[in-house]
Design a protein around this ligand. Structure first.
Ligand code: FES
Length: 112
């Protein structure tokens, strides 16, 4: 499953993941250097894995965010209607070619 992460700078990072990986796994496994991303390692106690989906992709995601995820997202900078926490989004075959935006403020969030 190929996933493209788009940095706020516009830089596009192509990555590969397996069905069943979450988007945090994809970033870690592809050694993508996103400073501060995924601080809690997927335990739903941070909001640094915030990713912004295109509306059509967001609608296609197999599951909706749970209450805990929504609570954490409330703390995220630059929250949008199509935001998710990357560690909670599990790849499916249908998601091949997905493009997600990494909010600029991931770095700011860490140094804050
Ligand atoms: S890595 Fe912390 S909530 Fe996803």
């Amino acid at each position: 499953v190929s996933v493209t992460f788009i940095r706020a700078s516009g830089e596009r990072i192509n990555a590969k993941g397996k069905v069943g990986d979450n988007l945090l796994d994809v970033i870690v496994n592809n050694n993508i250097d996103l400073d501060g991303f995924g601080a809690c390692e997927g335990t739903l106690t941070c909001s640094t894995c915030h990713l912004i989906f295109k509306p059509a992709d967001y609608e296609r995601l197999p599951d909706k965010p749970g209450d805990e995820e929504l609570d954490m997202l409330d703390l995220a900078y630059d929250l949008t209607d199509t935001s998710r926490l990357g560690c909670q989004v599990i790849l499916t075959k249908e998601m091949d070619g997905l493009e997600v935006t990494v909010p600029a403020t991931v770095n700011d969030a860490r140094s804050a």
